[in-house]
Design a protein around this ligand. Structure first.
Ligand SMILES: Cc1ncc(COP(=O)(O)O)c(C=O)c1O
Length: 392
């Protein structure tokens, strides 16, 4: 075969974490007890009521056919009801909600829809790599918004140069934040909506960790602030809230024109999701809230166990306010990749180097709180000891 791939394929960013995964696998194969905190895959099962809803729906032959093109009305209505219950936000199920094959797909599609080659998207740095992939596929350019510790890992909109503000078409935001664990309040989203409206930039708020806010604070929805529906959309995935990462179901909500554009593109890619999954997703969204409360408690206990253990060894770090990640500073003299290698070799702990999420992630490593409390305590103790050994 001598056919090269189209140029857009060559623009895709390199898979930064692939070589790390290989190193971790090799170490496990050679018999080491590695605690892998480098990934972001939820470790808990989907609540049984949702699995049961899937079983029942899968037994119903009417679900074996193609779905309605843009998804089942009952799922869109369930999403609208969920937003009213959780955030007091009113959405029209047919025109303000689009069903997605997981948040990842929507995040890539949005750049395909709005960016011509050379167009600018504002992206957070550090940020979730799929924003970068979508922009690259579309041939767009990224203007990075640094997320700095001194700003609570929120972007400083005033620091965006005025020519970039004018030219940008999209802006990606994500709170609770992957990778920093930072949270945003309604005031921040009010500023983001104003920024979007003033500069004619579509705001895309990736609400992947919507359910996971700590210390009794429910994360704010972008759509709950004035002007948000004019300014953009929010992408809500069921992956984390209901431990349904493998099910691939999410939805976009908000601005009608953006929702119509997503539906239009998807008319050409899909005939929506397997109807039984849609029915189970509707059951998840309309079901009891207890499973969400339990989930938050599990992650908060894990955070407290991990951070508490680190602090008991005088390892200074800020506890995350949401998401299931902790963002730890790297000791002086190390890059984030060097520190990750050091932790793997000296403590059998796998973490994600911050630079893999963007240049401004340098100086940090990301820890996934995706194993039980005992294992997390052990990981923290091993990490703290390996780090203390550097100062001896
Ligand atoms: C910030 C962020 N956005 C989006 C996603 C994608 O979620 P999904 O495609 O499972 O809906 C993830 C998954 O890890 C994430 O961390």
């Amino acid at each position: 075969m001598s056919q090269p791939m189209a140029d857009r394929m060559n623009r895709l960013p390199k898979q930064f974490f692939a070589s790390l995964s290989r190193k971790v696998d090799e170490r496990i194969r050679s018999g080491h007890d590695v605690i892998n905190l480098g990934q972001g895959n939820p470790d808990l099962p989907t609540p049984p009521g949702i699995v049961e809803a899937l079983r029942e729906a899968a037994l119903d032959p009417s679900t074996h056919r193609y779905s309605a093109f843009r998804g089942l009305p009952e799922l869109k209505q369930a999403a609208a009801d969920f937003y009213r219950r959780e955030y007091g936000v009113h959405l029209d199920a047919e025109t303000e909600i689009a069903i997605l094959f997981g948040g990842k797909t929507g995040l890539v599609e949005i750049s395909e829809i709005y960016l011509n080659p050379g167009d600018i998207a504002l992206v957070p740095d550090p940020g979730y790599p799929d924003y970068f992939s979508g922009v690259a596929l579309a041939g767009g350019r990224m203007a990075k918004m640094p997320l700095l510790e001194q700003n609570g890992f929120l972007p400083d909109f005033d620091a965006v140069p005025s020519d970039v503000k004018k030219a940008a078409k999209l802006m990606f935001l994500n709170y609770p934040n992957n990778p920093t664990g930072a949270a945003a309040d309604r005031q921040f989203f009010e500023t983001a909506a104003e920024f979007g409206l003033r500069n004619d930039v579509i705001v895309v708020h990736d609400f992947a960790y919507a359910a996971i806010g700590f210390d009794g604070v429910q994360p704010a929805s972008f759509l709950s602030v004035p002007g948000a529906k004019e300014a953009g959309i929010e992408i809500y995935t069921l992956s984390k809230t209901f431990n349904m990462a493998g099910w691939r179901v999410a939805f976009a909500a908000g601005n009608r024109e953006v929702i119509a554009a997503l539906n239009l593109l998807q008319d050409h890619y899909y005939v929506s999701l397997f109807p039984a999954i849609q029915k189970a997703a509707a059951a998840a969204l309309t079901g009891p809230r207890e499973s969400i409360e339990q989930l938050v408690q599990v992650y908060e206990n894990r955070r407290n166990a991990f951070i508490g253990e680190l602090q008991s060894h005088e390892f200074i770090c800020t506890p995350p306010r949401g998401s299931f990640f902790a963002w730890l500073p790297v000791p002086a003299g190390f890059t984030s990749v060097q520190f990750s290698d050091y932790l793997l070799e000296e403590a059998d702990i796998a973490v994600a180097p911050g630079v893999g999420f963007g240049e401004c992630g340098e100086g940090f490593v990301r820890i996934g709180l995706l194993t039980g409390q005992d294992r997390l305590r052990e990981a923290a103790a091993r990490m703290a000891q390996a780090t203390a050994a550097l100062h001896r």
